[in-house]
Design a protein around this ligand. Structure first.
Ligand code: PGA
Length: 253
């Protein structure tokens, strides 16, 4: 949002999509971002863990950052199949998504677990993107604000800074559905999250970015990114196609 002093971040979450053939998408994004745009915004791609290394290589020398989609809270140990923040950092990742609603829904991640993972991200020098969001049922019950505020309050590490923390508001019902809240509904949640952030981390709150995510597309990005307190986007489906992801980045052109 212009005038906030916060640099927008457009982040792509590929989820469980992509093989080595998808490096062409990263190259397309890399080559399609204009230097003028890259002066204004940060761009991040979170591919599956199997592609982090090759995506880091493909974007070497460009300002595009690569991130993980999940992490284990502990640095190492007997946790078969898990990946730590240190391992992601070792590959060249700079960010990691923490507590995405799909992790909460399908892998039973709790707010306390999200907190532990956010601490793990910080320990390894990664920026954690802490996701919060209500279900449609919770919204209909008038509980959207209390849900996301509690998720934020429990999830965020004490003393979080703009360097180690980004918040993403992603209504569960907007993810992958083609439906989005109205700009007024997004503004209400983002204002409430920023006020909560202020309570939690004081002055630093004004510097911490709050992204919106859930069915962000090239056709609605400009309207959604113009909402007050929206400092960028977390993009799922549309980040799998270079042209679409570039269309969203260009909302800031
Ligand atoms: P979507 O996903 O853009 O496909 O709705 C967003 C997300 O899950 O981060």
């Amino acid at each position: 949002m212009a005038g906030s002093g916060r640099r927008p971040l457009v982040a792509g979450n590929w989820k469980m999509n992509g093989t080595r053939a998808s490096l062409a998408t990263v190259e397309g994004i890399r080559d399609g971002l204009s230097p003028a745009l890259l002066e204004k915004i940060d761009v991040l791609i979170c591919p599956p863990a199997t592609l982090i290394s090759s995506c880091v290589a493909a974007t070497y020398g460009s300002p595009i950052a690569i991130g993980g989609q999940n992490l284990h809270a502990r640095p190492s140990g007997a946790f078969t199949g898990s990946i730590s923040a240190e391992m992601l950092a070792d590959l060249g990742a700079k960010y990691v998504i923490v507590g995405h609603s799909e992790r909460r829904a399908y892998h039973h991640e709790t707010d306390d677990g999200v907190h532990a993972k956010a601490l793990g991200a910080r320990r390894a020098g990664l920026c954690g993107i802490i996701c919060v969001g209500e279900t449609m049922e919770e919204r209909e019950q008038g509980r959207a604000l209390s849900i996301v505020r509690a998720q934020l309050a429990i999830g965020i590490p004490k003393g979080a800074t703009a360097q180690d923390t980004v918040i993403a508001y992603e209504p569960v019902w907007a993810i992958g559905s083609g439906r989005t809240p109205t700009p007024a509904e997004i503004a209400e949640v983002h204002a409430s999250l920023r006020e909560m952030l202020d309570k939690l981390v004081g002055e630093e709150a004004a510097k911490i970015r709050i992204l919106y995510g859930g069915s962000v597309k090239p056709g609605n990005a400009r309207e959604l990114m113009a909402v007050e307190n929206v400092d960028g986007a977390l993009v799922g489906g549309a980040s799998l196609v270079a042209e679409d992801f570039l269309g969203i980045c260009n909302a800031y052109a």
